[in-house]
Design a protein around this ligand. Structure first.
Ligand code: PHE
Length: 455
């Protein structure tokens, strides 16, 4: 059976590991993509609102459920519900969701790896829209990058929670943040026409809002915080009993939002100062604009441009890795804790499966662009993203809110969040009302609106 479970060694380590999962391509790649496709600032406002009223409460809920049981996600749901087999089935959720999300996320992480290599070889300034399209639609190169990313993820997760995950996060997160802020300042000050980009990001135009925008904003809030698919339940199992889960969640969400907005402040000034790039360019947006930012910002001092861009892509790849690690960990922990599969074997098997699924997603940017499943008008890559961010995350979040709001006894939940009465939690009441009433109603209404049942 399972080897003994390790906890995160230090308080900072646990928070950073959760932040490491949260901060990733979701902030630097998916946030600008979604913001661009959904009209800018009004989307950002709704996204921030959802972060606060849905994302953070769900995050607290996930960590509380995971830490309560201290073993596996299924075990936590079972014991917290007082022994319900049905709720125990939630344990399979992170397994399925972890595999789905890692499969397409690792493709984009692979792209960042390619760009790191380009930056290292000094070829970044030649990376145009056309070269990105050629690269991403190539049948082989992106798949090799995908393989390398999955292999690295697999090795780190195989090393185990404390050695692999915590150490990595502690080192990389702060440096990435400093780089992002520096780049945003340069982008705003140095790029011609930057104010148009800043205004796109910060000046809301509410006529751009519709049901689809709202579902996208909710999906992005969940995606960015890594909530809704029991990823943080899995990490919650590794938190110590004296960590303050409510405070930690607020802290992580704060960092996550800051990183996303900072990334937006880098990308959108660049979009508006470049010829021929539109904000709604989709998943390629960041990969087309960023190289141009580096080229233009550092036009006078090429060696600095070289060093900075290499460091930036390296860190972005690392941030993607700390997130992909948490995805693989979700699925591995399930196999290990529930079926007694050796951790290293589980890592290998799941990574292999993700390699196949990821290769299919990668091909959907080229040779398989026209392959559609069930006649749904999305490429395989976009279908995976849709299923994860717009179906699984809201449904998982809904189930978890219903679980702690209606199934778990209030004093059990309060006991977990106050560490058995040791902590004062002045926000507990507000949190409880949100997870019991507001969040479930909001999620259901947004869903029904999107599928057209409510107009
Ligand atoms: N939050 C991560 C990011 O922003 C993605 C992620 C989602 C990680 C769900 C784990 C689980 O990149």
């Amino acid at each position: 059976m399972a080897e003994s479970k390790t906890n995160f060694g230090t308080k900072v380590g646990a928070i950073l590991a959760a932040a490491g999962s949260a901060v990733g391509l979701g902030n630097v790649w998916r946030f600008p993509t979604e913001t661009g496709e959904n009209g800018g600032a009004a989307f950002v406002l709704i996204y921030i609102l959802f972060m606060l009223v849905l994302g953070v409460p769900v995050m607290i809920t996930e960590l509380a459920i995971g830490r309560y049981g201290q073993k596996s996600v299924g075990h936590s749901f079972r014991t917290m519900s007082g022994g319900s087999k049905w709720w125990g089935l939630m344990g399979t959720f992170p397994f399925v969701a972890g595999i789905m999300i890692l499969s397409y996320y690792a493709v984009v992480a692979g792209w960042t790896l390619e760009y790191t290599a380009e930056a290292g070889m000094g070829g970044l300034s030649q990376m145009t829209t056309q070269s990105f399209n050629e690269f991403s639609s190539d049948p082989l190169r992106p798949v090799i990058c995908l393989f390398i990313i999955l292999a690295m993820t697999c090795c780190i997760v195989a090393l185990g929670v404390q050695k692999g995950i915590e150490r990595g996060a502690k080192l990389m997160m702060p440096v990435l943040f400093i780089c992002l802020v520096a780049l945003a300042i340069c982008s705003i000050i140095l790029l011609p026409g930057a104010e148009k980009g800043v205004s796109f990001l910060l000046n809301p135009d509410f006529s751009k809002i519709n049901g689809g925008t709202i579902l996208s904003a909710m999906g992005q809030a969940f995606f960015s915080l890594s909530v809704g698919i029991c990823c943080l339940c899995t990490y919650g199992c590794y938190f110590n009993k004296n960590d303050n889960l409510m405070k930690d969640s607020l802290f992580v969400a704060g960092i996550d939002t800051l990183v996303a907005i900072t990334a937006g402040l880098i990308i959108f000034p660049a979009v508006y100062s470049l010829q021929g790039v539109e904000p709604d360019a989709g998943p390629s947006l960041v990969f087309i604009t960023l190289p141009q930012v580096f080229t233009q910002v550092f036009a006078g001092v090429p060696w600095l441009g070289y060093a900075f861009s290499l460091l930036f892509y390296l860190l972005l790849t690392m941030a993607a890795l700390t997130s992909s690690i948490s995805m693989l960990e979700m699925a591995v922990a399930y196999l290990h804790e529930n079926h007694g599969v050796n951790r290293k074997l589980a890592c290998g098997l799941i990574s292999l499966l993700c390699l196949f699924l990821g290769a299919a997603c990668s091909l959907s940017f080229g040779a398989w662009a026209d392959v559609k499943i069930l006649n749904i008008d999305l490429t395989l890559f976009n279908l995976f993203d849709f299923i994860v961010a717009k179906l699984m995350m809201p449904i998982g979040a809904l189930l978890m809110c219903l679980f702690v709001g209606w199934r778990v006894k209030k004093n059990v939940l309060e006991g977990e969040l106050t560490n058995g009465g040791k902590l004062r939690q002045p926000l507990f009441k507000a949190y409880y009302i949100i997870v019991k009433y507001l969040a479930p109603i909001a999620i259901v209404v947004i869903f029904l609106t999107e599928i057209g049942l409510i107009k």
